[in-house]
Design a protein around this ligand. Structure first.
Ligand code: DX5
Ligand code: ZN
Length: 221
């Protein structure tokens, strides 16, 4: 089977019991913890920052932490998240004045680097940075909130992005974020994604392991 990664978004977790929630999804078979940072400026919502990332890392979590920055500006937060234990840092190109510099900063800090494309952000923004990317994250909803519905045209965009990655010959993860559920994950994988963020689909169910297992079963088909 292909090497697929499931990344629960703790945006949908119970923040009053965050350490336990993270442990439970990892015990349930999650590969990566997706950490949504929102600033009430780039997106109209406010979540958590480096201190909370560090608290999760210090809780004893060894899994990769995938920090999705929905903030503007981005650069000052990159070293802070690297020091807080981030493994992957992604940002939206619209939020950085100097995309190449921000990507280089992430790498200098020892993290994997990625760009996040909103549903209406064109793929040509990737053209001159493919050699610097470890991850491309396609948003399948407009960023800012969990629990939204998957935007269907993302499937075609995934296919096009997969073709760009394959043509580059580089080992770049194709991550998808927003509205991923048990009943659409197989179709999303078939379109080329290999890393799946899921918030409400996992945390809104009582048995996280059961949902993650169902997702893996869909991916094995
Ligand atoms: C949205 C966030 C997502 C969100 C996904 O801006 O980037 O990671 O948590 O939530 P669901 O899976 O509920 O659509
Ligand atoms: Zn996200």
């Amino acid at each position: 089977m292909k090497d697929y990664l499931i990344a629960p978004s703790i945006l949908a977790a119970d923040f009053a019991r965050l350490g336990d929630e993270v442990e439970r999804v990892l015990a349930g078979g999650a590969d990566v913890i997706h950490f949504d940072v929102m600033d009430n400026h780039y997106v109209p919502n406010l979540t958590f920052g480096p201190m909370v990332c560090k608290a999760i890392r210090d809780f004893g979590i060894s899994a990769p932490i995938d920090v999705h920055l929905m903030v503007k500006p981005v650069d000052s937060l990159i070293p802070q998240f690297a020091q807080a234990g981030a493994s992957i840092i992604t940002f939206h190109p619209e939020a950085s004045e100097h995309i190449d510099r921000s990507l280089a900063l992430i790498k200098e800090q020892g993290c994997k680097a990625g760009l996040v494309l909103n549903p209406a952000t064109p793929l040509h923004i990737l053209e001159h940075v493919m050699d610097k990317l470890d991850v491309i994250l396609l948003m399948s909803v407009n960023p800012g909130f969990g629990g939204q519905s998957f935007i269907p045209h993302t499937l075609e965009k995934l296919r096009q992005t997969r073709a760009l990655i394959d043509a580059s010959g580089r080992d770049i993860r194709l991550e998808v974020d927003g509205g991923i559920k048990v009943d659409n994950i197989a179709e999303v994988a078939a379109a080329g994604a290999d890393m799946f963020v899921a918030g409400s689909a996992i945390f809104n169910q009582p048995d996280y392991k059961a949902v993650i297992t169902q997702m893996r079963d869909q991916l094995a088909k």
